[in-house]
Design a binder for this molecule. Structure first.
Ligand code: ADP
Length: 162
Protein backbone atom coordinates (compact mmCIF):
# COMPACT_ATOMS: atom_id res chain seq x y z
CA UNK A 1 0.00 0.00 0.00
CA UNK A 2 1.55 3.33 -1.04
CA UNK A 3 0.57 6.40 0.95
CA UNK A 4 1.52 10.05 0.53
CA UNK A 5 0.79 12.99 2.77
CA UNK A 6 -0.02 16.31 1.11
CA UNK A 7 0.39 19.07 3.70
CA UNK A 8 -0.60 22.70 3.49
CA UNK A 9 -2.71 25.48 4.90
CA UNK A 10 -5.51 25.04 2.33
CA UNK A 11 -6.96 28.37 3.48
CA UNK A 12 -9.13 27.67 1.48
CA UNK A 13 -8.79 24.75 -0.96
CA UNK A 14 -8.37 25.95 -4.56
CA UNK A 15 -8.74 24.26 -7.94
CA UNK A 16 -4.90 24.16 -8.04
CA UNK A 17 -4.78 22.09 -4.85
CA UNK A 18 -7.58 19.86 -6.10
CA UNK A 19 -5.72 19.17 -9.34
CA UNK A 20 -2.66 18.05 -7.35
CA UNK A 21 -4.86 15.80 -5.14
CA UNK A 22 -6.54 14.24 -8.18
CA UNK A 23 -3.24 13.53 -9.90
CA UNK A 24 -1.73 12.13 -6.68
CA UNK A 25 -4.73 9.81 -6.28
CA UNK A 26 -3.73 8.10 -9.53
CA UNK A 27 -0.16 7.61 -8.26
CA UNK A 28 -0.79 6.46 -4.67
CA UNK A 29 -3.24 4.04 -3.05
CA UNK A 30 -3.84 6.58 -0.29
CA UNK A 31 -3.56 10.37 -0.27
CA UNK A 32 -3.76 12.02 3.15
CA UNK A 33 -4.46 15.73 2.72
CA UNK A 34 -3.09 17.23 5.92
CA UNK A 35 -4.36 20.64 6.97
CA UNK A 36 -1.74 22.39 9.03
CA UNK A 37 -3.02 23.97 12.21
CA UNK A 38 -0.33 26.41 13.22
CA UNK A 39 -1.21 28.73 16.09
CA UNK A 40 1.50 31.16 14.89
CA UNK A 41 -0.11 31.52 11.47
CA UNK A 42 -3.51 33.21 11.43
CA UNK A 43 -5.80 31.52 8.97
CA UNK A 44 -9.11 32.84 7.68
CA UNK A 45 -10.90 29.50 7.96
CA UNK A 46 -10.82 27.13 10.96
CA UNK A 47 -9.03 23.78 10.61
CA UNK A 48 -12.45 22.07 10.71
CA UNK A 49 -13.80 24.25 7.89
CA UNK A 50 -10.68 23.64 5.79
CA UNK A 51 -10.99 19.86 6.28
CA UNK A 52 -14.72 20.01 5.41
CA UNK A 53 -14.01 21.93 2.20
CA UNK A 54 -11.57 19.21 1.13
CA UNK A 55 -13.93 16.37 2.10
CA UNK A 56 -16.71 17.98 0.06
CA UNK A 57 -14.52 17.83 -3.09
CA UNK A 58 -12.85 14.41 -2.93
CA UNK A 59 -15.89 12.13 -2.66
CA UNK A 60 -15.20 10.68 -6.12
CA UNK A 61 -11.57 9.88 -5.31
CA UNK A 62 -11.23 6.62 -3.40
CA UNK A 63 -8.26 6.57 -1.07
CA UNK A 64 -8.24 10.32 -0.42
CA UNK A 65 -8.92 11.59 3.09
CA UNK A 66 -8.38 14.84 4.96
CA UNK A 67 -7.03 15.35 8.47
CA UNK A 68 -5.78 18.31 10.43
CA UNK A 69 -2.57 18.24 12.37
CA UNK A 70 -0.52 20.36 14.70
CA UNK A 71 3.20 20.09 15.18
CA UNK A 72 5.83 18.39 13.09
CA UNK A 73 4.88 17.22 9.62
CA UNK A 74 7.21 14.22 9.77
CA UNK A 75 5.42 13.06 12.93
CA UNK A 76 2.02 13.35 11.18
CA UNK A 77 3.49 11.41 8.24
CA UNK A 78 4.66 8.65 10.58
CA UNK A 79 1.27 8.45 12.31
CA UNK A 80 -0.52 8.23 8.96
CA UNK A 81 1.86 5.62 7.58
CA UNK A 82 2.93 7.90 4.72
CA UNK A 83 6.21 7.11 3.03
CA UNK A 84 6.22 10.23 0.84
CA UNK A 85 5.49 13.94 1.40
CA UNK A 86 3.82 15.54 -1.61
CA UNK A 87 4.08 19.23 -2.50
CA UNK A 88 2.95 21.18 -5.53
CA UNK A 89 5.31 23.55 -7.31
CA UNK A 90 3.90 26.59 -9.04
CA UNK A 91 6.97 28.49 -10.11
CA UNK A 92 10.71 28.62 -9.71
CA UNK A 93 10.37 30.84 -6.67
CA UNK A 94 8.61 27.99 -4.81
CA UNK A 95 11.55 25.67 -5.40
CA UNK A 96 14.24 27.21 -3.20
CA UNK A 97 12.29 27.12 0.04
CA UNK A 98 10.61 23.80 -0.81
CA UNK A 99 13.97 22.13 -1.46
CA UNK A 100 15.27 23.38 1.88
CA UNK A 101 12.21 22.12 3.76
CA UNK A 102 12.42 18.78 1.96
CA UNK A 103 16.05 18.37 3.00
CA UNK A 104 15.29 19.17 6.64
CA UNK A 105 12.35 16.77 6.71
CA UNK A 106 14.54 14.07 5.15
CA UNK A 107 17.18 14.65 7.78
CA UNK A 108 14.98 14.73 10.88
CA UNK A 109 12.85 11.78 9.82
CA UNK A 110 15.74 9.54 8.86
CA UNK A 111 14.87 9.34 5.16
CA UNK A 112 11.34 10.56 4.36
CA UNK A 113 11.31 11.74 0.75
CA UNK A 114 9.41 14.74 -0.68
CA UNK A 115 7.91 14.46 -4.13
CA UNK A 116 7.05 17.58 -6.15
CA UNK A 117 4.28 17.74 -8.73
CA UNK A 118 4.47 20.72 -11.09
CA UNK A 119 1.25 22.66 -11.45
CA UNK A 120 -0.60 22.54 -14.73
CA UNK A 121 -0.08 25.87 -16.55
CA UNK A 122 -3.76 26.77 -16.13
CA UNK A 123 -3.35 26.81 -12.33
CA UNK A 124 -0.06 28.69 -12.00
CA UNK A 125 -1.71 31.91 -10.86
CA UNK A 126 -4.23 30.23 -8.53
CA UNK A 127 -3.50 30.53 -4.82
CA UNK A 128 -5.38 30.67 -1.54
CA UNK A 129 -3.96 34.13 -0.89
CA UNK A 130 -5.40 35.44 -4.19
CA UNK A 131 -8.75 33.92 -3.27
CA UNK A 132 -8.69 35.66 0.13
CA UNK A 133 -7.64 38.95 -1.45
CA UNK A 134 -10.54 38.82 -3.93
CA UNK A 135 -12.99 37.90 -1.15
CA UNK A 136 -11.74 40.86 0.87
CA UNK A 137 -12.79 43.18 -1.95
CA UNK A 138 -16.03 41.32 -2.63
CA UNK A 139 -14.89 40.02 -6.04
CA UNK A 140 -16.18 36.64 -7.26
CA UNK A 141 -13.86 33.67 -6.74
CA UNK A 142 -15.82 31.39 -9.08
CA UNK A 143 -13.36 29.33 -11.12
CA UNK A 144 -10.66 29.60 -8.46
CA UNK A 145 -12.24 27.44 -5.76
CA UNK A 146 -14.03 24.19 -6.64
CA UNK A 147 -17.69 24.78 -7.54
CA UNK A 148 -18.84 22.30 -4.85
CA UNK A 149 -17.63 24.58 -2.07
CA UNK A 150 -17.92 28.01 -3.67
CA UNK A 151 -21.01 29.13 -1.72
CA UNK A 152 -19.63 27.82 1.60
CA UNK A 153 -16.24 29.47 1.09
CA UNK A 154 -17.92 32.81 0.40
CA UNK A 155 -20.42 32.46 3.28
CA UNK A 156 -17.79 31.48 5.86
CA UNK A 157 -15.37 34.27 4.87
CA UNK A 158 -14.78 36.82 7.59
CA UNK A 159 -13.17 40.06 6.54
CA UNK A 160 -10.05 40.63 8.65
CA UNK A 161 -9.28 44.05 10.08
CA UNK A 162 -6.39 45.65 8.14
P1 ADP B 1 1.45 26.33 2.43
O1 ADP B 1 0.93 27.42 3.32
O2 ADP B 1 2.07 25.18 3.15
O3 ADP B 1 2.26 26.76 1.23
P2 ADP B 1 -0.79 26.06 0.67
O4 ADP B 1 -2.15 25.70 1.12
O5 ADP B 1 -0.57 27.43 0.15
O6 ADP B 1 0.14 25.69 1.88
O7 ADP B 1 -0.31 25.01 -0.42
C1 ADP B 1 -0.23 23.64 -0.16
C2 ADP B 1 0.53 22.97 -1.28
O8 ADP B 1 -0.16 23.13 -2.51
C3 ADP B 1 1.92 23.53 -1.52
O9 ADP B 1 2.77 22.46 -1.90
C4 ADP B 1 1.72 24.48 -2.67
O10 ADP B 1 2.90 24.67 -3.42
C5 ADP B 1 0.70 23.73 -3.46
N1 ADP B 1 -0.10 24.59 -4.32
C6 ADP B 1 -0.76 25.72 -3.97
N2 ADP B 1 -1.40 26.26 -5.03
C7 ADP B 1 -1.12 25.46 -6.09
C8 ADP B 1 -1.46 25.49 -7.48
N3 ADP B 1 -2.18 26.47 -8.00
N4 ADP B 1 -0.98 24.50 -8.26
C9 ADP B 1 -0.22 23.51 -7.74
N5 ADP B 1 0.14 23.43 -6.44
C10 ADP B 1 -0.30 24.39 -5.63
Amino acid sequence: MSTCIYPGSFDPLTIGHLDIIRRASTLFDEVVVAVLHNSQKRCTYTPQQRVEFIEACVGDMPGVRAIHFEGLLVEAARQQGAEVILRGLRMEADYASEAQTAEINHRISGGLETLFLPTRPAFTCVSSSIVRELLYYGVSVAGLVPGAILDRVVAAYQRPAR
